[in-house]
Write a protein that binds this ligand. Structure first.
Ligand code: ADP
Ligand code: MG
Length: 765
């Protein structure tokens, strides 16, 4: 057993860190048994294999049958490492497997295993629609041989298509689409309108990205509020011509801005000399402040792009377009107005859930990613998930060079262009990872100026990007890309057909250059992982400058006044290396703390949401509402047909429940803004929040009953066709979904405090 003992010694060498990651030995012990079934399974014809697949229930058989189905369906025999990954996923772990190791196939076999072990249906949660559709199609031959049905859901799917896809054994869907469907299902008045079945098992792809980076993101189902008016365009017009340092000043950290006296006066004059700081003009001042933030601090092509007449946010931490996201607190509408677009309404929040709480609804959660160990603590803290580190199929021989740090940004850029030019001349493919869209464009322009043509990926379209990045390993290719563009796509040496694979390997493989460290070392690692896949040669290096935001913001005071440099202007100072690491640790720590803090608030809201949703489920699926009305109105109800009474009382009660919940959500967000103010008076904001949230929720249940009784009492005649609208109980005419993006400047309240503070300082009345 040469192969297995060779593997054994490699596994032992590989990252055995007891306590932090799962011990692979017990999983590894089963590999020979999986292999032992191989010959026997090969003998079966397809139909017999499918039949056998439907009978399997224990791990070894599941793995062996899964392997055989992959061999037939894709002509790829899963490696032992992938089989280990399957076992890790089946035991509810996060499997860390490097880029290109074949996590898609691993997850498909694990999905089969979960179904066979009675944990279906399985949702494979992806980071975007493109990957959901691609992976469902890609894995269909394997899953079909295994006797399972499979489909995907994307934003474009109709309700019928969604219901059919969720009716399959395995459904590929982006986490946001799955979450939005869940929210919509929470508001149906007839169970037949639901599209999802129970949430049983989630296999989360790019698990760190979804479970950690996106965890706090609220998914929102909103509805139109009739008669909402919009002062944002007026405000946008008023701030339009204002100039920095004359009409307004930007704080050093670039995160807040305030009108100067001159600026305020200018606006007041345009408004016929009103006093903006008078109480009655509070709303106007508030709108102007938001407009000023949009005008002065949010930059097109860095913070957002404008596409198809809409503002689309660029996710700061990844430099990619975050689809269907909105900034909160009116900021979104302010930016739309600034760009001359018609401002879209935030609407009233009807139902909301964070990504983290949504994932927690699944009975079983597991996942895979190339970078899990670095967030192992957080996965344990927030999801009780352990990480299993699966070794690569072939040892990684990528060369990770030390950072090259320059004094200024300009020197960095010059050096980058020279380095890229050198590699390009040899024909070696270069992939440059930038921090934002603007940086991509500046660098591309500098390269073009030197006659180096390159492709720029701007994270604007997942499908197009996938096609481009798949060719980033071609001989002579220069690809400039923001961090997450084209993620999940395999970069093969020599191009997607691997035509010049050996030649490119000879040149050293893919050369990955980062234009600056990211806020998290994990993101750096994801970029590095683009090179050197499946044992290919490759190189990675990060360029940096002492002017980079990360360093200035988090470790500015640690940079020595005249650091050591070599002849080429590269900083070779240990103190600077330390400062870079420190800056990342600070940024990561802040991220973790914010996550923990938001989570503490969210726990209460989530408990209330769950309690109310149980109540709602009972109203929806039983006759409790009708029974309640029967006890209050014995005579009137006796005259009504049972089925009609059931339907009418249910729809009245559900209407009131949904309404009260929407009102409660809006109250909670007000309270949450307010408690920070009160925190200035030294009360613990979280305690304060609880003190307000708990009794308010306590009133909802009796209130549902009271309002239901009142409504019923007012109905003249109960008929089969009665609708709540007849009693003026109007459900929102249109609903839509979005993800709430962090307000980059803190809450509206913070901004007002800043504005008021400024007014005190400048001595204005
Ligand atoms: P990951 O998600 O781990 O980065 P993918 O699932 O995208 O990797 O797979 C990377 C590439 O490896 C794909 O082109 C896939 O076809 C190939 N691959 C996966 N498993 C095998 C296998 N067992 N044998 C050969 N090729 C494989
Ligand atoms: Mg993948």
């Amino acid at each position: 057993m040469g192969v297995s003992s060779r593997l054994k010694s490699r596994f032992q060498k590989f990252l055995q860190r007891p306590g932090t990651t799962v011990d692979l030995a017990p999983l590894q012990k089963r590999l020979p048994a999986v292999e032992a079934l191989e010959e026997e399974l090969k003998e079966l014809d397809d139909a017999a294999l499918t039949e056998r697949a439907g009978e399997a229930s224990e791990i070894v058989e599941i793995c062996a049958i899964g392997r055989e189905a992959a061999r037939r369906g894709l002509d790829q025999r899963p490696y032992d490492e992938q089989i280990l990954g399957v076992m890790a996923l089946l035991s509810g772990k996060v499997a860390e497997m490097a880029t290109g190791e074949g996590k898609t196939l691993t997850a498909a076999i694990a999905a089969y295993g979960h179904v066979r072990q009675g944990r279906g249906p399985v949702h494979v949660l992806t980071v975007n629609d493109y990957l959901a559709a691609r992976d469902a199609d890609w894995m269909r031959p394997v899953l079909t041989l295994l006797g399972l049905t499979v489909d995907s859901v994307t934003e474009a799917s109709t309700p019928e298509e969604r219901r059919a896809a969720y009716g399959c054994d395995v459904t590929y869907v982006s986490v946001s689409e799955a979450g939005f469907d869940y929210l919509r299902d929470q508001l149906v008045v007839d169970i037949a309108d639901r599209v999802q079945r129970e949430l049983s098992t989630a296999i989360v792809d790019e698990a760190d990205s979804i479970l950690i980076d996106e965890a706090r993101v609220p998914m929102v189902l909103a509805g139109t509020v009739p008669g909402e008016q919009d002062p944002v365009h007026a405000a946008a017009a008023l701030v339009k011509g204002l100039k920095r340092n004359r009409d307004y000043e930007i704080a050093e950290d670039g995160r807040s801005v305030a009108f100067t006296t001159e600026g305020t006066e200018k606006i007041e004059k345009k408004l016929d000399g009103i006093d903006l700081y008078a109480d009655e003009n509070f709303d106007q001042l508030s709108a102007l402040n938001v407009a000023l933030h949009a005008h002065a601090l949010l930059h097109r092509d860095i913070d957002y792009i404008v596409r198809n007449g809409a503002v689309e946010l660029v996710d700061e931490s990844r430099g990619r377009v975050a689809q269907r996201r909105r900034w909160p607190d009116g900021l979104q509408a302010a930016v739309e107005a600034k760009e001359g677009l018609s401002a879209t309404s935030e609407g009233e929040v009807l139902q909301t859930i964070t990504v983290q709480s949504f994932i927690a609804l699944y009975r079983t959660v597991c996942g895979m990613t190339a970078t899990a160990v670095l967030v192992g603590d957080q996965l344990r803290e927030f999801f009780k998930l352990e990480v299993a580190v699966i070794p690569p199929h072939k040892p990684n021989i990528r060369e990770d060079l030390p950072d090259r740090i320059f004094a200024t940004r300009q020197e960095k850029e010059d050096a980058l262009v020279v380095e890229i030019g050198k590699a390009h001349e040899e024909g070696r493919p270069v992939l440059i990872g930038t921090r934002d869209v603007k940086e991509s464009e500046t660098l591309a322009a500098a390269l073009e100026a030197k006659g180096i043509s390159c492709v720029v990926l701007n994270a604007k379209n997942d499908a197009e990007e996938a096609a481009i990045i798949a060719e980033a390993g071609k001989r002579g290719a220069v690809t400039v890309s923001t961090q997450m563009a084209g993620r999940g796509v395999d970069i093969r040496l020599g191009g997607s057909d691997e035509a010049d694979h050996d030649e490119v390997a000879e040149l050293g493989g893919l050369y990955m250059i980062g234009t600056g460290r990211f806020d998290s070392g994990r993101i750096d690692d994801q970029l590095r992982g683009r090179a050197g896949r499946q044992g290919d040669p490759g190189t990675s290096v990060f360029y940096g400058s002492l002017e980079d935001d990360l360093i200035v913001r988090n470790a500015g005071d640690m940079i020595p006044p005249s650091p050591h440099m070599d002849m080429d202007g590269v900083v070779t100072d240990e103190r600077v290396d330390y400062a870079v690491g420190h800056a990342q640790r600070v940024a990561e720590g802040v991220g973790h703390e914010i996550h923990r803090n938001t989570w503490r608030y969210n726990v209460v809201i989530e408990q209330q949401r769950v309690a109310l949703s149980e109540r709602r489920e009972r109203l929806l699926t039983t006759d409790v509402a009708a029974d309640m009305l029967r006890s209050k109105f014995p005579e009137e109800t006796a005259e009504i047909d049972d089925e009609v009474l059931s339907k009418v009382s249910r729809s009245i009660a559900l209407y009131h429940l949904d309404r009260l919940w929407a009102e409660h959500l809006s109250y909670l967000s007000e309270v949450r803004e307010g408690v920070h103010l009160r925190a200035l008076g030294k009360l613990d904001p979280l305690d304060e929040f609880h003190r307000a949230a708990v009794p308010a929720f306590g009133k909802i249940m009796p209130e549902i009953e009271d309002r239901t009784v009142d409504t019923f009492a007012e109905i003249d005649e109960v008929t089969d066709t009665w609708e709540p609208a007849q009693a003026n109980l109007v459900r929102p005419s249109a609903t839509w979904t979005y993800l709430v993006h962090d307000n980059p400047f803190g809450s509206e309240l913070d901004r007002l405090i800043a504005a008021v503070g400024r007014r005190l300082v400048t001595g204005r009345k």
